[in-house]
Design a protein around this ligand. Structure first.
Ligand SMILES: O=C(O)CCC(=O)C(=O)O
Length: 312
């Protein structure tokens, strides 16, 4: 980049970027709260595709990872980077999701950072301790905190089955130090305790197809599943192209790659199977095996396989 003097910088340089999907009030709410709820962003037919996939495809179960929480309890996830040519990849690229995410990040060009299906089976004790996603993504070389996650409810989600909680306005604290907490990693607990005194805890109780966009600096956590019902969420994370890690830095899956956007009706017009594209997912693991072995963990989280004997 070049060098300029302070007097060269005009107060107003460009027109505001065109908003494609969201109104000014929604943008202001996101800037103020660090999240935005879009109820019923996907209808029952569309979200039904993810319900079938997560309930019927044994490959998802076989490929599942377990991320230890601070007490050593397992959080079950199926995570990947890249854009597989299956229904998961279609959700990631569907126009309404990408364009809303871009509106919330000032109209920037975005790319897919990674996605996770997160599961809490009935009785699961797994918790996500308070953390910011950018707390980890910074370590992977993301330059600016110009990133967010679209949290899509696959099953009904409520406080009993371990909904995600967000700390309203906590993104305005900036990036917090993340430290080892028990067997996991999370935002500095002393700092979190002080923020908890000032920010509302927002329970993301959602119906299938609802979506909450939250900023990568918004503190969030989730508790155990004290119900007899499965809780499943699809988290889709985007980073701004201008914030991509330098070539060769961080996990291979987090490098910039253009995102080919698909029309809004693609989930209805496409012939989507209730199976993941196993070959594509194998080739696109977030962290190549050698990287994970080198790190020993991912950003201080211990990740193991749920079914080591039959892992795909
Ligand atoms: O799905 C959840 O309960 C939370 C997951 C989460 O916070 C994460 O993957 O960063």
């Amino acid at each position: 980049m070049g060098t300029v003097t302070v007097k060269d910088i005009p107060i107003s340089t460009t027109e505001a970027p065109p908003r494609r999907r969201l109104g000014e009030a929604e943008l202001r709410a996101f800037q103020r709260d660090g999240f935005l709820l879009k109820p019923a962003l996907f209808d029952s037919t569309e979200i039904g595709l993810l319900q079938r996939l997560t309930q019927e495809d044994a490959a998802v179960e076989r490929a599942m990872g377990c991320v230890a929480d601070s007490r050593g309890n397992a959080n079950e996830i199926f995570g990947f980077a890249g854009t597989p040519p299956d229904v998961l990849g279609a959700f990631i690229r569907v126009a309404r999701l990408v364009e809303m995410a871009s509106d919330l990040l000032d109209g920037q060009t975005l790319y897919h950072w990674h996605s996770k299906l997160t599961f809490k089976p009935p009785g699961s004790q797994g918790r996500w301790d308070w953390h910011q996603d950018y707390g980890s993504w910074y370590k992977d070389g993301a330059i600016f905190p110009d990133s967010l996650t679209a949290m899509i409810a696959v099953t009904p989600i409520d406080r009993e089955n371990g909904c995600v909680e967000l700390l309203r306005g906590s993104h305005l604290c900036g990036r917090l130090d993340h430290v080892t907490i028990g067997e996991a990693n999370g935002a500095d607990p002393e700092r979190v305790a002080r923020i908890l005194e000032r920010c509302d805890r927002v329970l993301c109780e959602l119906d299938p197809g609802d979506c909450v966009f939250f900023h990568s600096n918004t503190l969030h956590a989730s508790g155990p599943n004290d119900s007899t019902r499965l809780r499943t969420i699809f988290h889709v994370s985007y980073n701004a192209k201008a914030s991509a890690p330098p070539q060769g830095h961080g996990l291979a899956g987090h490098q910039y790659a253009p995102l080919a956007i698909l029309p809004d009706d693609i989930l209805k017009t496409g012939d989507w199977s209730a199976r993941i594209d196993l070959e594509a997912h194998r080739a696109m693991r977030l962290a190549r095996e050698e990287e994970r072995t080198k790190l020993g963990d991912l950003y201080g989280y211990t990740v193991t396989r749920k079914h080591p004997e039959e892992a795909i």
